[in-house]
Design a protein around this ligand. Structure first.
Ligand code: 15L
Length: 277
């Protein structure tokens, strides 16, 4: 139990950045089971708050605002920033400055644990014929992927230098269901995503860890055995969605780079989820 919790919950106060995004919205209510109080931040409206929630509209590139945002929190789930490829200047503010500001604030305020939403696009230029683990070389497939490499390196530095522990979640495709054949391999159900965050927050010692955020799908490009100490056991699978995509689209020979590399259409600088994938 946390020293800071008044009610016996595991945490006194947690911070969730990116709370209005797709995954932030999935996680929001569960955090209330784990902490007396949940501070939510995003650049856009956070809607109505429950009695245990505090809403903060904060742009993570604003250093002073982030410093205030982090004061008094025990751990951070950092989902904030831009989650697709975008112009460099936008990524610079949201993902590079934003993540730096957050770690600096964590250091100043003595926060000991961060769960960082990295992405499979850190390794998206590995071919689809490879199976990667936590030690696979980074091969970002986009500027967006490069900013997530930065987040992974920054968190490594803040662990080695200041002892702030981070679990970097290389999230696959976390949606209600796979949107294209590639996502049959990269699918992470919302339930498994929440379980992965739970493992990342509750495992006693994590140091600096890298884990692929993926469900128990029939085919995989990623192996998490090096981080089995996290205790993450996915319960869902993309199996049931296989019939949504005709087999000839999945198995045909092709030379399209979006099918040769794990990052899919990110390798082409086009957003994933388009109809021609
Ligand atoms: C990501 O990193 C994105 O945030 C998400 O929108 C998906 O495109 C996902 O990767 C993916 O690879 O499917």
């Amino acid at each position: 139990m946390s020293q800071h919790s008044l009610s016996g919950k595991p945490f006194g106060r947690l911070l969730l950045t990116g709370a209005s995004g797709n995954l932030g919205r999935q996680l929001r209510s569960t955090l209330g089971d784990w902490a007396d109080s949940v501070r939510l931040s995003d650049v856009v409206g956070l809607g109505e708050t429950a009695s245990h929630e505090e809403a903060c509209e904060v742009n993570l590139s604003h250093r002073e605002a982030v410093m205030r945002l982090v004061e008094g929190v025990e751990a951070i789930v950092h989902l904030g920033g831009i989650s697709v490829d975008a112009p460099f200047d936008d990524l610079l503010d949201a993902n590079i400055r934003g993540t730096y500001n957050l770690y600096e604030a964590a250091r100043k305020h003595g926060v000991k644990r961060v769960v960082f939403a990295s992405s499979n696009h850190v390794t998206g230029f590995h071919p689809v014929t490879e199976v990667l683990d936590a030690d696979a070389p980074q091969r970002p497939d986009s500027l967006y992927g490069v900013t997530k490499c930065f987040g992974e390196s920054l968190s490594r530095y803040y662990y080695d230098r200041f002892g702030i522990e981070t679990v970097c979640l290389r999230i696959g495709s976390s949606f209600a269901e796979p949107k294209n054949p590639r996502m049959l391999i990269t699918y992470l159900s919302y339930r498994d995503f929440i379980e992965l965050v739970r493992c990342s927050l509750f495992t006693e010692r994590v140091g600096h860890a890298i884990v692929y955020g993926v469900s128990d799908n029939p085919a995989t490009w990623w192996n998490n055995t090096k981080v089995s100490f996290l205790g993450y056991r996915p319960r869902d699978t993309s199996m049931a969605f296989g019939s949504n995509f005709p087999a000839n689209r999945r198995n045909s020979e092709h030379t399209d780079p979006a099918r040769l590399f794990q990052g899919g259409s990110f390798v082409l600088g086009a957003p994933i989820g388009s109809a021609n994938e």
